[in-house]
Each structure stands twice: as structure tokens, then as C-alpha cells.
Design a protein around this ligand. Structure first.
Ligand SMILES: [Fe+2]
Ligand SMILES: [Fe+2]
Length: 299
């Protein structure tokens, strides 16, 4: 089924790429990609603004300091992260989030670091993937097309606001097709698919199968959303409750066990071996009491 945009897609400098109601068929996407081809430059992600400094700060504080492990692991990760360059308009978007929606800025950084860590465990040619795909720092780029009052809202969203928020995967897909000049680029597909679930319960397309790399980014995306304070939830999940929630999603078939097991291995600070990692179905954590996520108000 061809996805249809519910809202227009604009670049940060105000250029409309597609209008509301546009069908994302092959011909349309090729046109969007052709208009952006060879227009934008790549720059080293870690060298931009205060990204390196901020990443170091977050990675060395709990709960991340446990996951990122010993100094040898950290050194290896930094070497891998140094090799990542991303397209200039995405760095502008990261500046925008840093100034306007700090939760999203921090989230982009931590999903990037965590994805690098789990990709190292799970994907055989991980260095190529991390360097060439640079998909995790751009996965939420479509949020530049969501009004800030929706992103920053601290009370439950209305149905209409929820629909606006759900625009971001397709908006990100269109933006990255354009910036990269390639409608099949992996980073564009990650932006489109990172809210899909293995049992078809996700969005925007409700597909059943996603790429293993997309699954890794999805799990990192969920973990960081749980352990971070969010506008709609002043208190974050503690690490135990977050891992239990992710385990519950794997039990429901929404996400893959192999990624969850890698996350659990890091949390226990043991080597990843899918046959050795045993995940309990016992739930003893205490999720935050105040949480507006998933509550919808009528418009
Ligand atoms: Fe997202
Ligand atoms: Fe995200």
C-alpha cells in the first residue's frame, strides 16, 4: 500500500517538498530525491557543535555508564563513532532540537551511541554499517515537521496532536530522500520504519518485517525514551523497569529477542552470547506513577 502524507513536509529553511495528501509512490520519491541530489555536503557528526562533549557527559552517567562498560569498550565505540559523517541539513536540525526541544537533542545522541554499541555485538560487518548508514542520528529528523507545542506538550495529547506526531516517520523519510538524493537510502528507510513493530502493530505502514539494523535502532529508541525524562512524564523509568518494559514488548512479539538479549548482557556487564543470556519474565520494577504517554484526549 502506498503511504499518503497527512501533513506537508517542509525543510527547516521553509521549502515545501510535498503537500498534505501526496502519495509516496516511486515516481514522487524519485522526483524529491532528484531535486536534492549533490546539493548537500557531509560533515563529521562528532565534530559538530557540542555533540562530542555532550555525548561524553551522558555516556559516563547512569544508566548509560553501566551499558557502555569498561574503558576498552568505550575506546572502541569512540573510534567507530568518529567515522560517522552526516548530511549538513541534518546537523542544522540537530542544532534546532538543541535549542528548541532538548529532549529530542539528547535522545538523538544517546540512540546513536547505543546503536553503535549493539550493532558492534549483533552485525558482522558493523563498522561499514555504522559508517555508511549514519541512520541513528537522523531517525527522528521528521520531528522538524511537527509543531514544537506538540513536541513539548506536558499533558496528554489530543487525537489530532497524536496524528501530527505520527507524521514524523514519513516526514523524515521524505526529507532524507531529498537531502541524500536517494529514495532507497538506508537512513531514509530507518526514519520511515523505526516505529514499526515485528507483529505489525506499529506505524506508519503496520508492516511485519523490518531490517535487523532497524530493529536495533528501534530497541535503542525505546530504551532511551524510557530512561529519559520526557515532557509528558517528569520522572523517567529506572533501569530495571525500562529493561522489564522492553522484555514485555519482546514477549508481545513487538521487538526482537536477540536485540533485547544484547541489551540485557550490557546491563549485566557480561559478554553477549545469545545462548547464554537468559531473560526472566518476572516484573519487579516500579514504572513512574505519572505518565501521560499513550493517553489520548478527544479534540
Ligand atoms: Fe521517532
Ligand atoms: Fe526516537
Amino acid at each position: 500500500m502506498t503511504p499518503i502524507l497527512n501533513y506537508p513536509v517542509y525543510t527547516l529553511d521553509g521549502q515545501q517538498l510535498l503537500s498534505a495528501g501526496a502519495q509516496l509512490d516511486e515516481a514522487t520519491l524519485q522526483k524529491v530525491a532528484a531535486a536534492g541530489r549533490d546539493r548537500y555536503q557531509f560533515r563529521t557528526f562528532l565534530d559538530h557543535g557540542s555533540i562530542r562533549h555532550d555525548l561524553l557527559k551522558y555516556m559516563t552517567n547512569r544508566p548509560y555508564s553501566v551499558l557502555f562498560g569498561d574503558s576498552e569498550t568505550q575506546r572502541e565505540l569512540w573510534t567507530m563513532m568518529e567515522e560517522v559523517s552526516i548530511i549538513a541539513p541534518c546537523l542544522d536540525a540537530i542544532d534546532y532540537f538543541q535549542q528548541q526541544d532538548f529532549y529530542t537533542y539528547r535522545h538523538i545522541l544517546m540512540v546513536f551511541a547505543m546503536t553503535t554499541l549493539l550493532t558492534r555485538d549483533l552485525i558482522p560487518d558493523c563498522r561499514d554499517w555504522i559508517r555508511e548508514s549514519f541512520a541513528s542520528p537522523t531517525h527522528d529528523i521528521g520531528k522538524t515537521c511537527v509543531p514544537l507545542e506538540v513536541l513539548r506538550k506536558t499533558t496528554p495529547l489530543t487525537r489530532r496532536e497524536r496524528l501530527r506526531l505520527k507524521h514524523h516517520p514519513l516526514a523524515g523519510y521524505v526529507l532524507l530522500c531529498h537531502y541524500l538524493g536517494d529514495h532507497n537510502h538506508f537512513a531514509a528507510r530507518v526514519a520511515r520504519d523505526h516505529h514499526e513493530r515485528k507483529n505489525g502493530s506499529g506505524y506508519p505502514r503496520g508492516i511485519l518485517d523490518t531490517d535487523p539494523m532497524v530493529e536495533i535502532i528501534t530497541v535503542c529508541d525505546i530504551y532511551d525514551a524510557l530512561v529519559s525524562p520526557r515532557p509528558y512524564r517528569p520522572q523517567s523509568y529506572d533501569n530495571r523497569s525500562a529493561i522489564e518494559e522492553i522484555t514485555r514488548l519482546a514477549e508481545c512479539g513487538e521487538i526482537g529477542w536477540y536485540v533485547v538479549k544484547a541489551l540485557v548482557a550490557h546491563n549485566r556487564q557480561v559478554a553477549y552470547d545469545p545462548n547464554e543470556i537468559w531473560v526472566t519474565d518476572e516484573k519487579r520494577g516500579t514504572p513512574p506513577a505519572v505518565n501521560a504517554y499513550g493517553i489520548l484526549l478527544d479534540d
